[in-house]
Design a protein around this ligand. Structure first.
Ligand code: FES
Length: 149
């Protein structure tokens, strides 16, 4: 199997069987973010406790890239400190924007999404969940809404 085919498999697997999909019962912050290009939305539920991401789930609809990215993101950040999670956001955004080489990004399964850097419209799809995460981590509010930039 070529590397490209493997990447496609990873994305499709997360799209078809998203991890941590659904509501979280007792979130400390909920972020609803829209991709203005297509109208797709994500709701991200975060439970932050003592400076850590104790639990994270998401709901929403969208293309395979946005859903796979959200699914992989929830796996990557659970248990991380807020600083670690924010650093991961920047690393992921750097990779999908083509500013950071895949080897440098060192993001495991998430590297399957690096190919979107060649398709500017898809970059918004890939970062939707991550922008939601950033807003959630940086906000003092328990509910945040907005659009991905
Ligand atoms: Fe809407 Fe990708 S087309 S998030």
């Amino acid at each position: 199997m070529s590397l490209e085919a493997l990447y496609r498999e990873v994305i499709l697997d997360h799209y078809r069987s998203p991890r941590n999909k659904g509501r979280l019962e007792d979130p400390t912050v909920v972020v609803e973010l829209k991709n203005p290009v297509c109208g797709d939305e994500i709701a991200l539920y975060l439970k932050l406790d003592q400076g850590r991401v104790e639990a994270v789930r998401f709901e929403g609809r969208g293309c395979s890239i946005s859903q796979a990215s959200a699914s992989m993101m929830t796996q990557a950040i659970r248990g991380k400190s807020l600083e670690e999670a924010l650093e991961l956001v920047e690393r992921f955004k750097g990779m999908v924007r083509g500013e950071l080489a895949v080897e440098e990004a060192d993001l495991g399964d998430l590297e399957a999404l690096h190919g979107v850097s060649k398709f500017p419209v898809r970059i918004k799809c890939a970062v939707l969940a991550w922008e939601a995460l950033k807003k959630g981590l940086e906000s003092d509010e328990s509910r945040v809404t907005g659009e991905v930039e």
